[in-house]
Design a protein. Structure first.
Length: 251
């Protein structure tokens, strides 16, 4: 199958932007649960949640489970995660009764060609994130029209203006917790007795891959332990995720 007509692709992106704006206006005063429920009603089985099962993930996963435990959850196992994260994933799946968690791995051929020694992160963290996170997510999102993210405005300057609904290429990205602050997260977790990621108590308030995540000292920005010493602040999956056609080719 050939590549889609670029004019049709632009139209799809315009449609996504328009719909995101309309949904955002309609649900301007809605709760996170109402946002998730509306997205599920609108997109049905073409809606997925993307979760890292990281430091703040339990709140959103619990909210999604409260709406529909069968919503697909996409988890990218980069091969470089903390063992604690993998165990935490399994614990939350069982605790919340999540029925459709899909663990996504990087392409084996890509790894063999581009990172045969498993040390790409030492020389090029952007390329490592692209290989191990961005491309696997693009493949995993093929067939979905919308996806839920756990981003929040307080987390970083790059996230300070994120809307609850936004266009992500021709898809819709849903950010139900966009306006939540750390106090909201703590209160919800306490109210519902949610288990914390075990690394949080050890000084890791933001958790990614093991080689690129360090402890954060008191008073530091919570995300300062991610790619410490670099200007990098995002892995790349929250830039526009490449769209794929039915055969998986990037477009």
């Amino acid at each position: 199958m050939g590549r889609p007509d670029p004019v049709l692709r632009r139209d799809a992106q315009l449609d996504a932007a328009r719909e995101a704006s309309l949904l955002g206006e309609r649900l301007r005063e809605a709760s996170a649960s109402e946002v998730i429920a509306t997205a599920r009603e609108r997109f049905g089985d073409r809606l997925a949640l993307v979760s890292s099962f990281g430091a703040e993930s339990a709140v959103l996963l619990h909210l999604v489970a409260g709406v529909d435990r069968s919503i697909p959850v996409l988890f990218i196992d980069t091969g470089k995660l903390f063992p604690e994260t993998l165990r935490y994933r399994d614990r939350l799946i069982e605790s919340f009764g999540l029925q459709a968690v899909r663990t996504i791995a990087p392409d084996a051929a890509d790894l063999a060609q581009e990172d045969p020694a498993g040390a790409l992160w030492l020389s090029d963290t952007d390329a490592c994130c692209d290989l191990r996170k961005t491309r696997p997510l693009a493949r995993a999102l093929a067939g979905f029209d919308a996806w839920i993210s756990g981003r929040k405005r307080f987390q970083a300057s790059t996230r300070s203006n994120i809307p609850v609904f936004e266009a992500d290429g021709a898809r819709i990205k849903v950010n139900p917790l966009a306006d939540w602050d750390p106090g909201d997260l703590r209160a919800y977790a306490a109210e519902h007795g949610l288990p914390a990621h075990p690394l949080v108590a050890q000084g890791f308030p933001s958790i990614g891959c093991l080689p690129c995540t360090s402890k954060v000292a008191p008073g530091e920005d919570p995300r300062s332990g991610r790619w410490r010493g670099q200007e990098k602040t995002e892995c790349g999956i929250h830039f526009a995720v490449p769209q794929e056609n039915e055969q998986g080719a990037g477009i």
